[in-house]
Design a protein around this ligand. Structure first.
Ligand code: NAP
Length: 267
């Protein structure tokens, strides 16, 4: 039986919809007070009233566009200054799809602002506060696309690979300081981001309730990486073992023989 986190306030980004909305529901029911962050004030207000009424928890909203630097800083300040916050769910995300060659570069940059810049800045603010207290947890929403080559969503997949890489390394920094880190890698999950799975084979689309319940079970079990749709844990662990085995071959002061300029020129 796994232990649950000590309760405190949970700050959830992207709480107005989909995965973030279900995190809000589950964490309020577990007994956390909540700070809900998103742009859509009306949806946040409805959710706040419903959750506060149903659970008696304190639920507050911060209406913020995480693509805007000033708004990001407001949320960062709250993470740094509010001693009650024990859990950050770094969930807000955007999917800009289509071939990169024909993409609108501003749309791609806006996605990077939310998926990479905001997520990193909020993780850094939470890390600074949690390290001071020697406790707390940061959950970063990545995707199974972080491990796949993804034509037509190349930049999106790359943002999620960034989140996975960040989480791995952040764990090494924060675990010795008493702070837990988790990356959650959803596959297709029935939310507005993927048009509720319309047109996809049903057997490939997970219900959002199941996704979040599994992710929270992974958090309780202190998993660093949680892939709710991954049944064969072994195959995933082998990938990371192979990656770790590469380490001793990745650095050195001489180029590999295949890059020997003399032999290439002679050939
Ligand atoms: N659904 C999937 O199949 C799937 C698969 C893998 C990973 N994920 C990841 O899971 C996370 C949640 O996705 P979802 O499926 O729940 O998507 P969703 O239903 O579209 O929800 C996205 C959330 O992010 C918020 N958001 C977007 N842009 C924002 C901005 N500029 N500032 C503040 N908040 C912003 C939205 O709120 P407002 O519009 O109100 O601002 C909304 O609450 C994302 O990181 C996504 O990449 C999803």
């Amino acid at each position: 039986m796994s232990a649950q986190l000590p309760l405190g306030t949970a700050l959830i980004t992207g709480a107005s919809s989909g995965i973030g909305e279900v995190y809000a529901d589950r964490l309020a029911k577990r007994g956390h007070d909540l700070i809900l962050v998103a742009r859509n004030a009306d949806r946040l207000a409805v959710l706040t009233e419903r959750l506060a009424g149903a659970t008696g928890r304190k639920v507050e909203t911060i209406v913020a566009d995480l693509g805007v630097a000033a708004d990001r800083r407001r949320v960062e300040s709250r993470l740094r200054d509010d001693q009650s916050i024990a859990l950050l769910i770094n969930n807000a995300g955007v999917l800009a799809s289509g071939p990169l060659a024909s993409a609108n570069a501003d749309d791609v940059e806006a996605m990077l602002d939310v998926n990479v810049t905001a997520l990193t800045r909020l993780a850094a603010a939470a890390a600074a506060a949690f390290v001071q207290r020697g406790s707390g947890a940061i959950v970063n929403l990545s995707s199974v696309m972080s491990m796949l080559d993804t034509p037509n969503t190349a930049a999106y997949g790359a943002t999620k690979a960034y989140v996975l890489s960040l989480t791995h390394s952040l764990h090494l920094e924060l675990a010795p300081r008493g702070v837990q880190v988790q990356a959650v890698l959803p596959g297709y999950t029935r939310t507005p981001m993927i048009q509720d799975g319309e047109g996809l084979p049903p057997e490939l689309v997970m219900e959002v309730d199941d996704l979040v319940d599994a992710a929270l079970a992974g958090l309780d079990q202190k998993e660093l990486i949680t892939i709710p749709s991954q049944h064969k844990l072994d195959s995933y662990q082998q990938v990371f073992q192979a990656r770790a085995d590469l380490v001793s071959h990745l650095v050195g002061n001489k180029p590999a023989a295949r890059y020997n300029a003399t032999s290439s020129a002679a050939a």
